[in-house]
Design a protein around this ligand. Structure first.
Ligand code: NDP
Length: 249
């Protein structure tokens, strides 16, 4: 599938969790569209691999080892940023799936602190680094379809992703007058390295539930991010864009 063609030539983007999966595709799509991108990711190893894979964009790329649950690492990364920010994509996330009866306090805490508090930490830590004169300031938060509808075995994850939606709507109200739009994307079931490792019959079963008869691709999420980040989306604020093939219809 081809990316939508956008021009982000003079725009600077931060993508958390940008070294792998959906975040990597978001990163490479913005780079391809001319943006400068800073990847903030947890593991130095993943950052090194991403740097190699994105070597053709070296002059547009900045990388920082960041744990979104650690405010000091965010502050250090914000200080090291070589440019002011136009677009923040809050994408980093984890799962610790268990039914409620088996869900431990640490499973709850890890997911809430990464998938919800992490977004607050990053938005807060970067707020002063946004380009004050940019008319196209964007915060795009990656939620999930399960944040809208819940899911068996994901009380922690669904709660965090629902919280992301409340956070998005509130920032949309508060920051709209300051030249920001703040939106969330709720992906459905997206094909990544993790899902590709699942048994074929499970994937086929998932596909059968999606009205458009396929799983989502990382490009589907990257395209939605680029559209929401674009000038053309300047009147879309505080909303949740479901990118799920209609799975919950
Ligand atoms: P991946 O696990 O492939 O990528 C997540 C990235 O976030 C990894 O690079 C990971 O680093 C990084 N990360 C995790 N914890 C932290 C942290 N504390 N600080 C900084 N970086 C961190 O996941 P996906 O690409 O599948 O998911 C991306 C986002 O999309 C997530 O928010 C996820 O919840 C959401 N989503 C995904 C769906 C799917 O079907 N894949 C469906 C709906 C939503 P490392 O690998 O080093 O831990």
């Amino acid at each position: 599938m081809e990316n939508i063609k956008f021009n982000f030539n003079d725009k600077n983007v931060v993508v958390t969790g940008g070294a792998s999966g959906i975040g990597f595709k978001i990163t490479s799509s913005f780079l391809q569209a001319g943006a400068k991108v800073s990847i903030w990711d947890y593991s130095q190893e993943a950052l090194d691999v991403a740097k190699k894979e994105l070597a053709q964009y070296a002059s547009q790329l900045h990388l920082a080892q960041v744990d979104v649950t650690n405010r000091q690492s965010i502050s250090a990364a914000a200080t090291s940023l070589p440019w002011a920010v136009d677009v923040l994509i809050n994408n980093a996330g984890i799962t610790r799936d268990k039914s409620f009866a088996k869900l431990s306090e640490s499973d709850w805490d890890a997911v809430i602190s990464t998938n919800l508090t992490g977004l607050f930490n990053v938005a807060k830590g970067l707020f002063e680094k946004f380009n004050g004169s940019s008319a196209q300031k964007r915060i795009i938060n990656i939620s999930s379809v399960v944040g809208l509808y819940g899911n068996f075995g994901q009380a922690n994850y669904a709660s965090a992703k629902a919280g992301v939606i409340g956070f998005t709507k509130t920032l949309g109200k508060e920051l709209g007058r300051k030249g920001f739009t703040v939106n969330a994307i709720a992906p459905g079931f997206i094909r990544t390295a993790m899902t590709n490792a699942m048994p074929k019959e499970v994937l086929t079963g998932m596909e059968a539930k999606v009205p458009v008869a396929r799983l989502g691709e990382v490009e589907d999420i990257a395209n939605a991010c680029m559209f929401l980040a674009s000038e053309q989306a300047s009147y879309i604020n505080g909303t949740v864009v479901s990118v799920d093939g209609g799975i919950v219809l």
